[in-house]
Design a protein around this ligand. Structure first.
Ligand code: 5AD
Length: 348
């Protein structure tokens, strides 16, 4: 089967073998990509219509105990100003977001020991009480199963934890020896078992990544069947061991988005900040390749610069809560609109 036939098979059956994944990735061409994006858009429109879901992202702490080689907020980066938002400031971000129309708040942070279960559950309960009609999404890394259960019981609905790369040896080249792919995957399994709507995902073009690694990621995601999948290009950060490594490309990221949409037709697929950061209309292109979620930044503007996972990370304009009007225009420019509501996955 050639690449177009493989795309046709994926469209029909929503599955490919390991060898076929490698071939569809390595054999890509601009024509095949156009065909893929057409099918991916059609699939997305059939399930979700023209609405693009928005989530308000609150980056509430940039302290992190981990030392991932790619990440700008890694523990060993002594050059960034560390901050942690107070409960009151986080609540104020939610209030501002609610006024703007957000009905999902994503609390994302480094793995910050300050945020014990007691502190996080207090925070979640406060948000839950004040915004009973909103979804609360957490993205705070690897924790014990009992901790995940406590966060869920306090009222959190969703949890984002990218698997980063399925392959253990590739994972080991991106992370210090104390972190393991298998543990990351066990966390995702626990989160799903507890009842969270989960988001997994990976970086495209991370150092040492091959088509085989991406093929393994696709097979893993098919099996995990998460509600959401966040992918974006790797972008080097100067104060990390991966400074100077080449960035992932827009082209491959869009292609992977299209493949993900055909493999899991109902999955929530964000056009991520990283995609918007490598190209001025990256998010629009992401939507046109099959994505259907955008996550503008609700963090206090004076803190955003400090949450630098990579260089050139967008935090204003259409990437920000204040820039919602700009985002709305951009979406209308490609025949789409911003959807109101929590935007739950159709895949319950
Ligand atoms: N480039 C792109 N994405 C990155 N992330 C962290 N560092 C980088 C980088 N340099 C992604 C990781 C993480 C998510 C919050 O951000 O995939 O899970």
């Amino acid at each position: 089967m050639d690449t177009r036939e493989l795309i046709g098979k994926l469209h029909q059956t929503h599955a490919l073998t390991f060898e076929e994944w490698i071939r569809v990735i390595e054999g890509r061409s601009p024509d095949a990509a156009d065909e893929l994006f057409r099918l991916a858009r059609e699939t997305c429109l059939a399930h979700y219509g023209r609405g693009v879901y928005i989530r308000g992202l609150i980056e509430f702490t940039n302290y992190c105990r981990n030392d991932c080689y790619y990440c700008g907020i890694r523990k060993s980066n002594g050059k960034i100003r560390r901050y942690r938002l107070t409960e009151d400031v986080i609540l104020a971000c939610c209030r501002q977001g609610y006024e703007l129309g957000f009905r999902t708040f994503v609390l994302q942070g480094g793995e910050d020991a300050y945020f014990t279960d007691a502190r996080l559950t207090d925070l979640i309960r406060r948000i839950r009480r004040e915004f009973p009609d909103c979804a609360i999404t957490l993205s705070v890394g690897e924790r014990e199963r009992a901790s995940y259960q406590a966060l869920f019981d306090a009222g959190a609905d969703r949890y984002l934890l990218r698997h980063e790369t399925y392959d253990e040896s590739h994972y080991a080249r991106l992370h210090p020896a104390c972190l393991h792919a298998a543990h990351r995957q066990a966390c995702l399994r626990d989160l799903k078992d507890i009842g969270f709507q989960v988001g997994a995902g990976f970086m495209v073009g991370s150092p040492y990544q091959t088509a085989e690694h991406l093929a393994r990621d696709m097979l893993y995601l098919k099996e995990l069947d998460p509600h959401m999948i966040g992918i974006g290009p790797f972008i080097p950060h100067r104060d990390t061991p991966f400074a100077g490594k080449p960035a992932g490309t827009l082209e491959l990221t869009l292609y992977m988005l299209g493949l993900l949409r055909l493999m899991l037709p109902k999955v929530l697929l964000p056009a991520t900040t990283a995609l918007g950061s490598i190209c001025s209309d990256g998010r629009e292109q992401g939507i046109l390749a099959g994505a259907n979620v955008i996550m503008p930044n609700l963090s206090p503007p004076d803190r955003r610069g400090d949450y630098a996972l990579y260089e050139g990370k967008l935090s204003s304009g259409a990437e920000s809560a204040e820039g919602l009007a700009d985002l709305r225009r951009r979406m209308e420019g490609i025949g789409r609109r911003i959807a109101v509501g929590r935007g739950d996955s159709l895949n319950q």
